[in-house]
Design a protein around this ligand. Sequence first.
Ligand code: NAD
Length: 543
Amino acid sequence: MSNGHFNFPQPVNEPVLQFAPKSAEKTALKAALAAAKKTKSDIPMYIGGQEVRTGKKVDIRPPHETKHLLGQFHQGDASHVKMAIDSALKAHEQWAHTPWIQRASIFLKAADLLATKYRYQMLAATMLGQSKNAFQAEIDSTCELIDFLRFNVHFLNEIYKQQPISGPGMYNRVEYRSLEGFVLAVTPFNFTAIGGNLPTSAAMCGNVVVWKAANTQVYSANLFMKILREAGLPDGVINLVFVSGPVVGEVCFSHRDFAGVHFTGSTGVFQGMWKSIGENIAKYKTYPRIVGETGGKDFILVHPSADVDAVVTGMARGAFEYQGQKCSAASRAYIPDNLAAEIRKKLVAAVKTMKMGTTEDFTNFINAVIDEKSFSSIKKYIDGAKKDKTCKILVGGKCDSTKGWYVEPTVIETTNANYTTMCEEIFGPVLTIYTYKADEFDHACALVDSTSDYALTGAVFSQDRYALEKAMKALTHSAGNFYINDKPTGAVVGQQPFGGARASGTNDKAGSMLNLYRWLSARTIKETFNPPTDYRYAFLGEK
Ligand code: NAD
């Protein structure tokens, strides 16, 4: 049924629950956590409507309590990727021609299921599987994912409305087709919302998808897949596989019907994908869309006029929430020498109050980092700084893996503006600060712009408008998400479209129209009502 111009509900951001002591939401969440901890999940892959169990099981444990077993998932191989591609291609024709109103309703229903029936289960899954505290889980796995679904329906509807003009005697129109082939969505561990958004944004546009989730996000990805199925997503439209990244890449990037990749993860992996796609370019039926949001080395630049308490709060939250495992996390700060002593003192005092432990204990601000690989890599950076004579650990610096993957929130001060931890992405709770001379703000801007290959997020703190103007100009290409007097994290769908350029990605702004355009292939249709019947133009006559 498509006889009507239908309106969708105007999207508003999902209100964030606060989980204050004795609140109903806190009680409900505690119950969901207890229930999840009592159950052992057996998680299959979802291919063409089938739950596929290979028997090759991988344990899932909370990063903050590695002795506890939450369940297991079934690992697949190249044959499952091929099955997923076949199922997707089989579903394509019917899905691509399903009226928009029907496709949209599925995703709006999924958003509502997540906001109501499954809210606490999803929070519990993210808190236990990815070690996010209640607030971090709420802004990610429920609010942001709900927003992605509702806002993308709204944005796609706006895109569909954009139509060309028509001259006399003709009718022009643009049909926004899906891509010809399948889309591969490869998602990271750190945001349940990104896990949900990458496959659904492409699917919403009529595409069919092979979704490869990170092993360390399978626990919450499984619940989202169940929600999509309950919301009525037809079999084969999104196929969730648990197969190693390189194997998925090998099968998908050499397939003739590969139409695009929607990736979020590290820069190295994305560059490797781009290279294989380039090597296979002659094989494809169509030029594939390559969309990737990757790493960051996000900065805080403090002007001599800044408000110190605002700076310290921006640093504490920006660098240490979710243990610094956000692509947007502040990890290098440039502070002027007139404010350095006060910033140092207040920051160290603030970090010392941060409690670290499990996510079930709501008094913990800091939980564990995701896994052993990450723990070892962060530890190596901290150990290196301990030994380097240009560095001093101002607070933190201890790592302990006896109960979980715990790394203390750590502040390093360096006198070397190009020290490793000022340049490389660490992806952990480590902030490095460098003090510059207060009358050398221009030089500080130049350092921020040139020190790292990344350009994802950054924040400038200043009470001086001329200085802000100067920084905005000098840092035009240093960050895709630029903050003034605020921490560089916490982008909200519909409010701060997210993404960066340079080594941080293709800047296709997740949760905006710009992103959805990448999953559409327009067909222009011109219909002439009274076609000419003689090839000769008037100018051909001599008299
Ligand atoms: P990762 O690159 O290790 O993994 C991301 C995904 O790619 C996972 O599903 C992984 O299994 C898969 N993968 C790994 N190697 C692969 C290969 N050779 N071929 C195909 N797939 C492969 O990243 P992660 O540790 O899950 O996430 C952290 C990274 O993600 C950080 O660099 C962070 O900055 C980035 N990130 C960026 C954004 C953004 O919007 N810019 C958002 C979140 C995370």
